[in-house]
Design a protein around this ligand. Sequence first.
Ligand SMILES: Nc1ncnc2c1ncn2[C@@H]1O[C@H](COP(=O)(O)OP(=O)(O)O)[C@@H](O)[C@H]1O
Ligand SMILES: [Mg+2]
Length: 250
Amino acid sequence: MIYAVVNQKGGVGKTTTAVNVAACLAEAGRRVLLVDVDPQANATSGIGVVVGEGLSTADVLLDGASAADAIVASDIDNLSVLPSHPDLAGAAVELPSRERREHLLSAALRPVAGDYQYVFLDCPPSLDLITVNALVAADRVLVPVQCEYYALEGLSRLMTTVASVRDHLNPALKVGGLLMTMHDARTRVSGDVVAEVRRHFPELMFTTVVPRNVRLAEAPSHGEPVIVYDPHCPGADAYFEVAKEVASRG
Ligand SMILES: Nc1ncnc2c1ncn2[C@@H]1O[C@H](COP(=O)(O)OP(=O)(O)O)[C@@H](O)[C@H]1O
Ligand SMILES: [Mg+2]
């Protein structure tokens, strides 16, 4: 199952979700691949892979390198990584003129996807061609939504983009779920936003709501998922529950 972690807003918890759900499923014994397709390469460094050391999604998408050659092991058993690199920013200029430009990631992952039970694609904060490539390669879309006002803003455009990719490029694509992130029980905003998103998308919301937890923000600077950095913090508990929901949704 290939999950694209998508939201065109930055800072909503895409990378945190991709890294930590991938790590939790790997810890549970599943074979998992984390693919970083954001030129910012936050998932790459956040899981402890040095940016720029080997081949990356930039080489795979722009220069035809094979995904198998670019994939590296992480420090977590069962978790492999296809790293990103800032050069992937060149995709914006280089890819539009390519043949089958929306299918490059899907084609690149096809030979390796069967080696993994779960693949997570950590997307950039946009709905550009890289994200469209991720949506074409994916079976499911996982949308982190930050618990703040205006959370719904942009979601309808995201849903329209998903529908358009389904209609024209990837008929199998489904929305795998909306995950509320950075919930702060002390503020009214958080509760209001969860209720509002639930009202608009009752069947799509994950039951688990990820709390705001400083451990989740600290872990990436140590190159570790939160279940390694602090396995008993509320953020780790939440992502274990999210991973269970992902596994049970199939
Ligand atoms: N639940 C959370 N609690 C506290 N900080 C968080 C949480 N989720 C994400 N963060 C922090 O918020 C920032 C944005 O999260 P990130 O996952 O990088 O978002 P995106 O990938 O959507 O841009 C990062 O500094 C991250 O560490
Ligand atoms: Mg990110």
